[in-house]
Structure formats: structure tokens, C-alpha cells
Design a protein around this ligand. Structure first.
Ligand SMILES: Cc1cc2nc3c(=O)[nH]c(=O)nc-3n(C[C@H](O)[C@H](O)[C@H](O)COP(=O)(O)O)c2cc1C
Length: 322
């Protein structure tokens, strides 16, 4: 299966595993790349640039195929040492970076001078066009249904993807709500050149996260996610739990007077406790509506093979008679 994305990243299948905090470690990224997709290590989960180097080298021991690194530009006052993280990426010879959050323009020269291809995550057509203008090679278009930060426009992928197709000249992948061969075929039909999956890859054997998290994904339906932090203009889609209910109640009570400090306890620093210790009610963690389509915990290879087989079946079937 060849698309502009398989050609750009030199991968077998147009399937990317998006960066995920405390999920995107070497084991998962290598499994995805070995299965023919593009596995991505999440830089900021690593406490320092040196730790990122070690994680990349570990991943390179596990796969000879291309891998990427996610670099999320956070809206934080105490910014991580981004130049050091980028240097680690360059030193380790990684040639694909997935950027997210703020505009990556200040770092584009670094990337380009070192032969790194950049795919920027965008939740709107205007941000996608900006990414194209500043020299990004591709865009990951994240619809309203996505796990993590869907932005503030609330446009679902049924609309956002064809809008992106109408405006962009660089290739893009569909992100948010992607789970199987039906998603892949739909994404291609709407103008994307592949898919990016986050939540679906968490429920795989190789995802290095607590079994409780994987089981929570199996138990949940498409009705079980909530949006938090809207009034802070930092909206995040998360799986509902006790802590999230507390956040939602605090947000209702305080309205536009909400400060981050009012919900900090349930939001800041909770990822290791959820993903590694399996404490399911301790805080808010990203999860997409696609959780309603997750019913098992296959290996990454089984999942990717299944996506491709189902896509081929749809392509070859004569379900529609004109
Ligand atoms: C647990 C989790 C953590 C995530 N962490 C990040 C992150 O650190 N940086 C980032 O750019 N995207 C992050 N994302 C977003 C994913 O890369 C991807 O864009 C999103 O999950 C796609 O939507 P889906 O979950 O419906 O597949 C995260 C998603 C999840 C589910």
C-alpha cells in the first residue's frame, strides 16, 4: 500500500503511532515500526535530553526501520530544554519528528539543516496551512474526536479532513477516531494519505503501560470520554473517572474564574501513577472517543495486519452497486 506518507517516511504501511506521554517508549515505537508503521517515541516523557538519547538508542536496538520522535511544545512557563532534546534527536540520527502544541517555526531551521522531516499536529485548517507555510513536510490533522488536545474549534474529522484536502498541498494523515481498516479507507477517501492512531495503540500487548489501563479501555464505550480545561483554552479529551468528575464539578462551579491551580492536583504529574502504577482514579489522562471501538488487546503486528487486511477487503468488495 503506497501513499505520499509511505513514500515520505519510507514505511510499508501508512499507519503512524502518535506521541503519547508515558506510553510512547522504545518498546511500543519499535513494535510499530517493525510491523511496517511509523513508531514514535515521546521526548518529554524522558526527564532529560540524555535520557531521550538512551531511549532512542534502545529503540534502534529493537528495530532497523525508521522511527520518529514526538516533540510537544507546551504552553508552560518553565519550558523544557528544547534545543538539547533536538540535539539528542540529531545526534541519534532520527530523521522524523512529530511536533505538536505550539508553532514549531523557531526550530524549523535546525530540523531542515539536519535532514529531518517534520510532521506537525494540527487541529484546524488554518494551523495546517501555517505548518505548510513554515516548511513542514506533512500534517497530522486531529479531529474533535481525538484523545488528548482537540483544540477549541470542535470540528470532527468528517468535515476537517476534506477541508484539509481542499486547502493543503503537503500530505496529511487523519488522526482521532482511527481504529481499523474502515477508518483507514474512510481517511483515504476523505483525502488523507494515512492514519495516526493514539488510543488504539495503548490497548496492545507491547504498550508498556499497566494492565489496568488496557482493561479500562476495553470496558469503556464511546460515551465515556470528557472534555476538561475548556475555560483555560487548553481543552483535553480524557477518560472519565472519579478525578475527572471532580474536575468537571469544579469547572462548573467556577466557570470562567477557574485557575489551573484549582484542578492541578488531578491533572499535574498524574501520568506515571496511571500508566505505570495502574491507579485508575488518581487523575485525568488522555483518551479518544475511539475507545468505543476497542474490544481486545492484540499484538501491534496483529493490529496493523488486521487494519491492512480489512482495508483490502473493503477495497476489493463489491458492496456498492451503482
Ligand atoms: C494517553 C495519551 C497521551 C498523549 N500524549 C501526547 C503527547 O504527549 N503529545 C502529543 O503530541 N500528543 C499526545 N497524544 C495525542 C496522540 O498523539 C494522538 O494525536 C491522538 O491520540 C489521536 O487520537 P485517537 O486517540 O483518537 O487515536 C496523546 C494521546 C493519548 C491517548
Amino acid at each position: 500500500m503506497q501513499t505520499k506518507i509511505t513514500e515520505l517516511f519510507n514505511i510499508k504501511y501508512p499507519i503512524i503511532q502518535g506521541g503519547m506521554h508515558y506510553v510512547g517508549f522504545a518498546e511500543l515505537a519499535a513494535a510499530v515500526s517493525n510491523a511496517g508503521g511509523l513508531g514514535i517515541i515521546t521526548a518529554l516523557t524522558q526527564p532529560s535530553a540524555d535520557d531521550l538519547k538512551k531511549e532512542i538508542l534502545k529503540c534502534k536496538e529493537l528495530t532497523d526501520n525508521p522511527i520518529g520522535v514526538n516533540l510537544t511544545f507546551l504552553p508552560s512557563l518553565a519550558a523544557p530544554d528544547y534545543p538539547a532534546y533536538i540535539q539528542a534527536i540529531i545526534d541519534c540520527g532520527v530523521k522524523i519528528v512529530e511536533t505538536a502544541g505550539r508553532n514549531p517555526e523557531p526550530y524549523m531551521e535546525y530540523f531542515k539543516n539536519n535532514g529531518i522531516k517534520v510532521i506537525h499536529k494540527c487541529t484546524s485548517v488554518r494551523h495546517s496551512l501555517k505548518a505548510e507555510k513554515i516548511g513542514c513536510d506533512a500534517v497530522s490533522v486531529d479531529g474533535f474526536e481525538c484523545g488528548g488536545h482537540p483544540g477549541e474549534d470542535d470540528v470532527p474529522n468528517m468535515i476537517l479532513l476534506p477541508r484539509a484536502a481542499d486547502e493543503l498541498t503537503i500530505p496529511f494523515v487523519a488522526s482521532g477516531g482511527m481504529a481499523d481498516g474502515r477508518s483507514l479507507m474512510a481517511a483515504l477517501s476523505l483525502g488523507a494519505s494515512g492514519i495516526n492512531m493514539g488510543t488504539r495503540f495503548m490497548a496492545t500487548k507491547e504498550a508498556p503501560i499497566h494492565q489496568n489501563v488496557k482493561e479500562a479501555l476495553i470496558d469503556a464505550s464511546e460515551l465515556d470520554t470528557k472534555l476538561i480545561m475548556r475555560s483555560l483554552r487548553n481543552t483535553e479529551r480524557v477518560l472519565n473517572n472519579k478525578a475527572v468528575e471532580e474536575i468537571v464539578n469544579t469547572e462548573k462551579k467556577l466557570g470562567t474564574k477557574l485557575n489551573f491551580s484549582d484542578i492541578e492536583e488531578q491533572v499535574a504529574g498524574v501520568y506515571p501513577k496511571v500508566m505505570q502504577d495502574g491507579e485508575m482514579d488518581i487523575g485525568a489522562w488522555s483518551c479518544g472517543m475511539v475507545v468505543g471501538l476497542i474490544n481486545d488487546i492484540p499484538t501491534v503486528k496483529e493490529l496493523i495486519d488486521r487494519v491492512i487486511e480489512q482495508a483490502k477487503d473493503i477495497h476489493n468488495s463489491n458492496k456498492v452497486i451503482f
